[in-house]
Design a protein around this ligand. Structure first.
Ligand code: IP8
Length: 248
């Protein structure tokens, strides 16, 4: 089973609110359709927000920790993300991919500690029935805080752990984790290997920067790859493009 994250900045135009990067999204959808035709069976897709969702969240002062109890604000943020989700689904459907939405706002929550609880029975059943579930960064109910943002990266970690993913792919705007000379680091087995490049601690990096991504991926059993859009097809074909993160 593969969990694939399509970065929000890959599939949208980050500089213009609520604008797709149509070409990039079509290229990603082509790669997914080709992989499924080529024999990939169990695929879960998660996409981020890019120019959808983030500006709505910041307008309303909502983050992964600061919540809202204003239903209008919640609908505004969730609505932007479901709009993007519709675009992603339709590009996949046009190519014969049996893609269906799973909205985290209707499924998950955070406890008072802020830890994410995400049931995955619906995702597992959809996979078993031949669908490609497509989740997205969203809002979730947060005990004691109203509703807060859940990032696509958090969803990837939760899904990969619960569904025992074999492979994880993060399709990003960069070709991998870069060193000080902007060269792609081939393999990361421990955070100490890259602390000099990414910083000693990702504690303040709650918005999904590279340090937080690498630290989260190192906690997982499955091997993860971080790569650019040009390598999506190769990743889905079983290659290890970009940076491979494997703590085993
Ligand atoms: O782009 C963001 O998801 P991300 C979701 O994966 C919202 O961080 C609602 C801003």
């Amino acid at each position: 089973m593969i969990v694939l994250k399509l970065g929000g900045s890959v599939i949208t135009d980050k500089d213009r609110p609520e604008t797709l990067d149509g070409e990039a999204l079509e290229r990603a959808a082509d790669a997914v359709a080709a992989a499924l035709e080529g024999g990939v069976e169990d695929l879960v897709i998660v996409h981020g927000g890019g120019s959808f969702g983030h500006h709505n969240a910041s307008e309303h002062g909502v983050t992964t920790a600061e919540g809202t109890r204003d239903a209008g604000a919640a609908l505004d943020i969730h609505g932007a993300m479901t709009t993007l989700n519709r675009f992603v689904l339709s590009r996949l459907l046009e190519r014969g991919v049996e893609a269906v939405p799973v909205h985290p706002f209707s499924a998950g929550h955070r406890d008072v500690e802020g830890d994410l609880e995400l049931p995955t029975g619906q995702v597992a059943t959809l996979l078993a029935e031949g669908f490609v579930p497509v989740l997205h960064g969203d809002l979730v109910a947060h005990a004691g805080a109203g509703a807060t943002v859940v990032s696509g990266d958090e969803l990837v970690t939760a899904l990969a752990r619960d569904l025992e993913a074999d492979r994880i792919g993060l399709c990003s705007t960069v070709p991998g984790v870069l060193d000080d000379d902007d060269a792609v680091i081939d393999r990361i087995a421990a955070y100490e290997d890259v602390a000099g490049v990414l910083g000693e601690s990702a504690a303040t990096d709650v918005t999904g920067g590279m340090a937080a991504k690498v630290q989260a991926l190192l906690t997982l059993e499955a091997e993860a790859s971080i790569f650019g859009l040009e390598d999506l097809e190769a990743f889905l074909a079983g290659d290890e493009p970009g940076t491979t993160i494997d703590s085993s």
